[in-house]
Each structure stands twice: as C-alpha cells, then as structure tokens.
Design a protein around this ligand. Sequence first.
Ligand code: BT5
Length: 250
Amino acid sequence: MSSQLGQPLYRLAITTSTNDEAKRAAKEGAPHGSTWVAEQQTAGRGRQGRTWESPPGENLLFSVLLRVTCPPSRIPPIALVAGLAVRDAVARAAPGVDVRIKWPNDVLVEDKKIAGVLVEAVTMGSRVEAVIVGIGLNVHTRAFPEELAARATSVALVAKQPPERDALLADVLANLDRDAHIVVGRGLESLRHRLEAADGLKGRRVRSDPGNTGRADEGIASGIDDDGRLLVKRDDGVISRWSAGEVHLV
Ligand code: BT5
C-alpha cells in the first residue's frame, strides 16, 4: 500500500532540525504528508530542551507534516501512534526481537532507546492546524557516545540483517498514515489492544519526574488510557493518570 505520507519528500544533507524545516513550511502552506529527511542535524532536539545526537549519514532523522485540525488533547495520542508506527517497522525489520514503546515517546529494545519521537503542533488560537511528527531512529550506529552507550541501541545492533534506511522509512510512513487518521478522528480506543501489547512499562514500577509534576509520584504502570495518559497504580491503590513528563523505571 502506498502511503500519502512522504509526498513530497525533501532530502537534506544538513539542517538544524527537520522539525524546524517542517514547521517553517507548515506556516507557508506545505501540504499534508510533506516529509523532510536529513543526513545530519546541527541542532537535533528532543523534548524540554534536550538534544538528539546522530552521526551524519547513519540513521533516520525525519519529520512529517500532518495537516489535521483537532483539539490539543489529540496531540499525546498522535505521539503514541507515531511511536507505535516506529515500533512496528523495527519489529518487522528485526524478526524475533521484542520492540516496545515507552510512554510517552520512546521506542525501546531491551530497555535501550532505539528511537525517539518529538511531536510539535502548529496552532491557531486554541485549535491545532497542523502537527509535525519528528522521528529519530537509530539504524546503523553501532558505537554511541559514552553518555548514551548504556541507554541506546540501533537496528544494526539488534537485527540479523539491518534494512535499508529507505525501506524502514517507507514502512514507518505507511504505518503512521494508517493509524494517524484513526486517532485524529476517534482517539486511541480502537488501537488499545496494539498499544497494550507494545507497552514496555506495563506491570513495572515507575516514578515520575518531580520537575514536571511538582512532586514525584510512584507506582505500577497499568496501561494507557484513551486520552494517551499513563495509568499508574500507587501503593495506596489509587490510580493516577500522568499526562506528560518523564518516567523513570524504579
Ligand atoms: C526524544 O526526546 O526522544 C525525541 C527525539 C526526536 C528526534 C527527532 S530527529 C528528527 C526530528 N528533528 C529533531 O530535531 N528532532 C526530531 P527526549 O525524550 O527528550 O529524549 C532525548 C534524550 O534521548 C537525550 O537527552 C539523550 O539522553 C537521549 N538521546 C539522544 N540521542 C539519542 C540517540 N541517538 N539514541 C538514543 N538516545 C538518544
């Protein structure tokens, strides 16, 4: 099935961040599905001012523009299905490997991060006019900088035969194309089973980052609700719903 996403496709040797390219073009009227892929980013970013590191030419760094109109509450579900799209593509490229999503925006293999998702919204008043899905997927990198080495992995490190980057990209885009429509229109409900099967936190003890919530909360991760919030069963039996922020495995 050919995907509407990835058309047009802009290939860049170098840019600050593919999300910057997509944001700029979104404001200038670029169509749904426009995609920017870069070999290198000079200011690749994660959330909350963090950086995304990737040596030139080895991995997938791309951003997709979704022209969707939706309330801001749909953004977390879109980030989750983007993670699921990457998870499914990596799982296909690495048969037999257990690939999981880590709420809210990571894709993990054996608790190491293989991909990260950064979703940014272009808003008009209180409505979202476009969504930019930025994805960094480690494909060929085998040696990571010291500060990441224990926490990062790549398709090359987990698959018997690493795929072509273009094949992986096409697979992610096709998956995202299929699921983004569903989520924008109806939320996460119909994807709940797939999300649950891919949820790498479920049943594990997690702690929130006090920086985001004002206080640290802790408990057993117990699934994701239809609004994309993480359900956490605290020791007193109360279910907390975390809507944003960092999760640490305890
Ligand atoms: C993310 O942020 O995981 C979202 C990353 C999105 C990157 C893509 S690349 C294309 C597009 N253009 C951009 O500028 N961004 C998007 P966060 O959850 O904040 O995680 C960031 C953290 O992941 C960093 O602080 C590091 O600890 C770690 N990290 C950085 N580079 C990594 C890598 N290549 N592999 C694994 N972990 C990495």
